[in-house]
Unconditional design. Sequence first.
Length: 565
Amino acid sequence: MRLSTALYCILLCSLWLAAGARADAVVVSPAQPTTELTASLLLFEDINAALPVDLPDPTVVAEKLQPWRKNAANFGFSDAAYWVSFTLSNPTDTDIPLVIRQDYPLIDHLDFWWPGANGQWQHVRTGDHEPFGSRPLALRDFVFPVILPANSSHTYYLRYASGGSVNIGLSFSSQEAYLPRLGVEQLLYGIYYGGFLVLVIYNLFLFLALRDPAYAYYMGYSISYGLYFAVINGFAFQFAWPNFPWFGNQILLIVLGLSLIFATQFARLICNAKTLAPGVDRFCGVLMRCMIPLTLLSPLLDYSIMTAVFSAIAMIVVLSSLAVGAVGAWRGSVSARYFMIAWITLMCTVVIYIFKTFGLLPHNSFTHSAFQVGALIEMVLLSLALGARVNEIQKRSYIDDLSGLHNRRFFDEHLQREFRLSERNGTPLSLLVLDLDHFKAINDRYGHRQGDLTIRGIGQLIMHEVRKPVVACRYGGEEFAVLLPRTDQDAAQRVAEHLLRRVAELDLGNLSVTVSIGVASYKDGNYGAGIQLFEAADAALYRAKQTGRNKVVVESVQQLDMAPV
C-alpha cells in the first residue's frame, strides 16, 4: 500500500514537472497588437554550444527547455548558445498572418524554425555575421513573417549565438498592426539622424567661418557617434555594407574608438583644460594616445574583450571630461557649464546602456534607447557650449591680460556707444583718465617685472572699486580710463578723488605709487563727439602732471561748436 502511494506521488510530481516545463500558449487575434514574448519563453542555455545548428527537427531540444518566466532575457557577453521556443494559438476560423520580431540587431548567428504547411520544419539562418540578404525581410531588425492557421497552435524555435552581448528581445504582432508601427519607427529614426545631420552641417559652417579646431572635433565626434548608433540600430548594415558582415562587425569598435578620441580632444579644448586643469589635461592626452592604437588594432583582437575594454575607457573618458568641466565651471566658464550638463546627461545614459549590455539591467525600449536619446541631447548642449566658447573668446579679445581690465579696443567702441546714448537721452557722461606718476623711474630702478606688478595692482584696485555700469579700461602703457555713464561732473570728481586716495594707500611692498587724474564730463552738448570728451580728460590729466602730480584736475569746457572728429 505504501509502495503504491509512493509511486502515485512520484507520478503526480512527474506530471506537474512536465506541465511546468511547458509554457502556456499565447492566444492571438486577427488584429494582434505588438506583444512581448519574453515572459512566455521556454529557454535552454547550451553552455558549450554543443548541440548542432542545422537540426532538421528542432523538437529534439524540447525536453531541455525550461520556462523562463522573467521580464527580460539579456545575458551580456557569453560563449553559450541560447535555444528558445514559444507557442502561439489561433482560436479563430481564419488564418492570421503574423510577424515575429527580434529587436536587437547585433546578434551574430540567429536561427529560426517554424512548421511549414506540409508538416516539415522550415529553417532560416541569419544574423549580422551573415549577408543582409539572408533575412526573410530586408529590415534592420530580424523579422520573420509566418502564417498561423485557423484553429491551431504552433510552436516556434530560435537559437542565439553571439560574440557580443546576447539580448533576446522577441515580440510578435499581426502584419496589419506591424506595418503602421514600422512606419512610425522609421519616421522617428529619420528625425533622430536628421538631428545629428543638422548639427553637423550647422557647425561645419561655423567652423569654416571661425576656423576654431573645437568645431572640427565636435563634427568628428558627432559623425562617429551618429555612425556608431547607425551600426547598433542595424541601419548601417542594411544600407551601407549589406554584403560585408565582417566589416560591419568590426566597424562598431572603430567608430566607438573614434568617438571617444574626438570626445576627449573636444573636452580639452572647450574647457580650456591646458590652462585650467593641466594635470587632467595631461592624463587625457595619455588616454588619447592609448586609444588611437587600440582603435586601429581592434579588428585584429577579440571582439568581446575589446568591447569590454572600450566600455571601461568610455567611463574613464566621461569621468575625466567631467573633472575638466567641473574645474572650468568653477572658474566661471559658461561653455564649461553647458559641457557639464551635457556630460552628466550622457553619463547617466551610458551607465544604463552598459548595465544593459552586461545583463545587469533588462533589455527593453528604455534601456536600449536611453543612450541614443541622451547622446542627441548631449550634442545639442555641446553645440550651445561651442556658442558660449565663441562669446568667451570674443570677450577675452576685449580683456587686457596684464591688468585684467578691458583693453583700448573695448574702450574705443564703448565710448562711442555711451556718447551716442547720452546725446539721445540727454543724460550726463563723465570720463576719468588716470596715469601712474614716475612710472619710467619704477621700471628703471626696480625692473620691468615690478612695473608689471604695479600695473596689475592698479588694475585690480580699479576693478574692485568700480561697479556696473562704470567701465574701467587699461588705455595703454601706464594709462587707464574709467567711463561713468549717467554721472555728472561733481560725482565724477568724487570718484576720482576716492581713487586717488586708494592708490596712495595701495600696498606694493616697499614701493609707493601715486596717480594723476583728469576728469571731463559731457552735458548739454558741450562736446560734439566721444573723442572730444577723451581729449578734454586727457588735457586735464596733462595739467595735473604739470602742476605737481598726485592730484585730480577737472576740465571745465563750455558749449563748443566743433565738428565731430
